[in-house]
Design a protein around this ligand. Structure first.
Ligand code: GTP
Ligand code: MG
Length: 198
């Protein structure tokens, strides 16, 4: 599936986001879970989104235009221990506003570390999307570090715990596992939901 991504711009808040009506798919998750790495992997571009082994790398809402058709949005991570409380609160406010008000947003990918399923901060995020009835899907990252049998168990667990999820995916950005399935899902979610819009 074609997935040509180009960087558009970074935004510090939700006030001046792109004004066109292209659909958006956003990726969130704990700091260091692999959001930016996943964008590079699915776009097959090594340095498109900046990554780091130190949590807290992504600080802004970073917009990537895919196939000239829709935006993929890389976001700062949550649960970043070294971050000041005030900064954390500030980010939570921005994120909440974005998730609740952004009409173009078609679905949110919640990334969770395939090795650590069920962390409180992840459950809080997932519950929030369920309660606010925002469409979301789950991506287990770093699955190169997890046994195949465990991945299958985690998938089953997540599907039963949050049946509201549009999908549950298992990927490895470093090994390229599960990427084509996710790529297809993201493109189709953005495009079909584009067409559904009035
Ligand atoms: P923030 O921007 O800080 O929120 O982090 P992020 O979620 O964007 O994480 P990032 O993509 O920067 O990756 C964090 C670390 O995880 C880096 O050291 C990556 O090399 C590593 N990483 C990302 N994806 C994978 C993967 O699939 N497998 C393994 N083993 N490591 C990965
Ligand atoms: Mg990042």
């Amino acid at each position: 599936m074609k997935f040509e991504a180009v960087f558009v711009a970074s935004f510090p808040s939700v006030d001046n986001l792109p004004g066109d009506s292209r659909a958006e798919i956003a990726l969130i998750g704990r700091s260091n879970v692999g959001k930016s790495s996943l964008i590079n992997a699915i776009a097959d571009r090594r340095q498109l989104a900046k990554t780091s082994s130190t949590p807290g790398k992504t600080r802004l809402l970073n917009y990537f235009l895919v196939n000239g058709e829709f935006y993929l949005v890389d976001m700062p991570g949550y649960g970043f221990a070294k971050q000041a409380k005030s900064e954390r609160f500030e980010w939570a406010k921005i994120a909440e506003k974005y998730f609740l008000d952004r009409d173009q947003l078609r679905a949110v990918g919640v990334l969770i570390d395939g090795r650590h399923i069920g962390l409180e901060s992840d459950l809080t995020a997932l519950r929030w999307f369920v309660e606010t009835e925002r469409p979301f899907f789950v991506v287990m990252t770093k699955c190169d570090k997890v046994k195949q049998s465990e991945i299958a168990d985690h998938k089953k667990f997540l599907k039963s715990m949050i049946p509201q999820a549009l999908g549950v995916f298992a990927v490895s950005s470093t090994k390229g596992k599960g990427l084509s399935e996710l790529r297809k899902f993201i493109v189709e979610s953005a495009i079909s939901r584009n067409r559904e819009a009035p």
